[in-house]
Design a protein around this ligand. Structure first.
Ligand SMILES: C[C@H](O)[C@H](O)[C@H]1CNC2=NC(N)=NC(=O)C2=N1
Length: 113
């Protein structure tokens, strides 16, 4: 993890019920540089995490669910036997917000334990 990603992961999500514009392309590019392995897909960011088996995959899924609950910001997760694809976007604004990048950084911190 680089230092910037560390900054992002120590932030907290702010409640978002719309009213803000999505992040600009420049800001998105800047945040993406602070993360490892996250890809921009239209109005979402996504990353695939690999595991040894289903048990480890599900432990990860549950830890992500815990972070989602704490931050009140929720990803889509596509779960397979030994992988999980995590996708973030901010539904309330129809695009990316800082919350997406904060949660992405927090999950990466979890994954590096
Ligand atoms: C008030 C609270 O921040 C909102 O209801 C949250 C809940 N979780 C959310 N998760 C995501 N991914 N997008 C949202 O717009 C969103 N809204």
């Amino acid at each position: 993890m680089n230092n910037n990603a560390c900054d992002l992961s120590s932030k907290q999500c702010k409640p978002c019920e719309g009213g803000l514009p999505p992040l600009s392309a420049t800001t998105v590019a800047d945040y993406l540089k602070q993360l490892d392995g996250w890809q921009l897909q239209d109005k979402q960011i996504a990353k695939t995490y690999g595991f040894k088996n289903y048990y480890q995959t599900m432990a990860f899924v549950n830890a992500v669910a815990w972070i989602s609950h704490r931050e009140d910001h929720h990803p889509d997760m596509l779960v397979g036997y030994n992988q999980c694809v995590v996708t973030y976007t901010t539904h309330a604004i129809g695009g990316l917000s800082e919350n997406d990048f904060i949660c992405a950084a927090k999950i990466d911190t979890l994954f590096s334990i």
